[in-house]
Design a protein around this ligand. Sequence first.
Ligand code: B12
Ligand code: SF4
Ligand code: SF4
Length: 372
Amino acid sequence: MQEVNSQTGAASGLADGQGAYAAVAKKIKNWGQELGFAAIGIARADVSAAAPWLMRWLALGRHGEMDYMAKHAALRAAPPLLLPGALSVISVRLAYWPAAVDAQQVLDDAELAYISRYALGRDYHKTVRQRLQKLADRLRQEVATLDLAEPFACRVFSDSAPVMETDFARQAGIAWRGKHTLSLTREGSWHFLGEIYSTLPLPADTPIADHCGDCRRCLDACPTAAIVAPYEVDARLCISYLTIELHGAIPAALRPLIGTRIYGCDDCQLCCPWNRFAQIGDPDFAVRNGLDATPLTTLFAWSEEDFNSRLAGSPIRRIGHLRWLRNIAVALGNAPRSPAIIAALCSRQDDPSLLLREHVAWALAQQRLPAS
Ligand code: B12
Ligand code: SF4
Ligand code: SF4
């Protein structure tokens, strides 16, 4: 988790009542659209209704080894602790669905690596924050022309600090929360979220209605049953957690369920009816390095140097070469029996890392089981 520079400024004098703030809010939405955001809304800097659910999730240990979730819970639950005087939150979404080889086709081909759609191109943390920073700069310029009584401060985030992003998107009316817990809209869920905390008392938008209805496809489609109830994900079971967040060994019982997903998982979104007509998202997230359909054995052969150079600017680089190989070893264990796969696994069975050696040994044992 990285935090972003704050953007502070000061103005003096008196504000022109709520009308001035409504005008600023309108301008923010226009600038946001110019910057390519799919939607921009405003919420109050208050997550008191959602915070007890976060505390319950933590108390149940559902965050697994994501210590930062527990460590920063108080900051997450109280926006003014991150930005003193925070009154409003500008919430944005940026669409990312890339033009790529069909996701289901890749999942159905057990020799290909499946990488979640959000990670096929550039790292969103940087892209979303850079654009939000531009929005914050314009806001600061605008505020300087107003005659505000109070000093102004704002701060931008995108998965970069303890912020309850989905709840702000819901409150700001730019999405509802799907039963898979992700933000969802009539245009689907293939978007990132980002926010600007601000000390301005901007008028809050109204939440939109939840359109999940009786559907529960995401709960049924999850390969590891990680959506333990509507609106509740146990991260310890989620393939996204197992392949991205978990540092150590992947629990052996869960390995066969991971299939060929080597970085994240999209199943709860691929099955969602609202994603049926997904439109191509921002060009920044276009596929790089053919990551949408590369054989597992090709990726397993990458040296650390290959990994670092080919994945420069990609979110995947954050997990490092070792966890990348760990994940691919599991996928190779789940792939169809093949001498080429056994040879690839054998090439790393004496790796200096115990973690990798153990995953390779597991995968080789899988490969040597009689085909069912
Ligand atoms: C930790 C985290 C994870 C964890 C835990 C996920 C989770 N659902 O909590 C793991 C590693 C598993 C994960 C996976 C993914 N993540 Co993630 N993740 C986050 C992060 C950093 C925090 C989320 C959080 O606070 N979780 C804590 C729990 C308590 O929150 P919650 O499940 O959302 O619970 C709330 C509600 O469900 C509700 N609630 C709970 N129980 C009940 C019961 C009832 C009856 C009701 C009414 C409500 C309710 O209250 C809770 C508090 O508001 C956010 C970024 C951020 N700062 O917010 C990104 C974020 C949510 N992730 C994101 C993405 C893209 C993903 C993946 C799709 C990546 C992938 N393809 O592999 C998967 C999807 C898995 C899934 N179904 O959630 C995006 C989502 C964008 C979108 N469209 O919604 C975010 C917003 C990052 C971003 N800036 O874009 N992620
Ligand atoms: S990302 Fe995959 S494993 Fe995680 S909840 Fe969704 S379907 Fe389940
Ligand atoms: S699959 Fe169904 S229940 Fe799940 S988020 Fe989509 S509409 Fe909601």
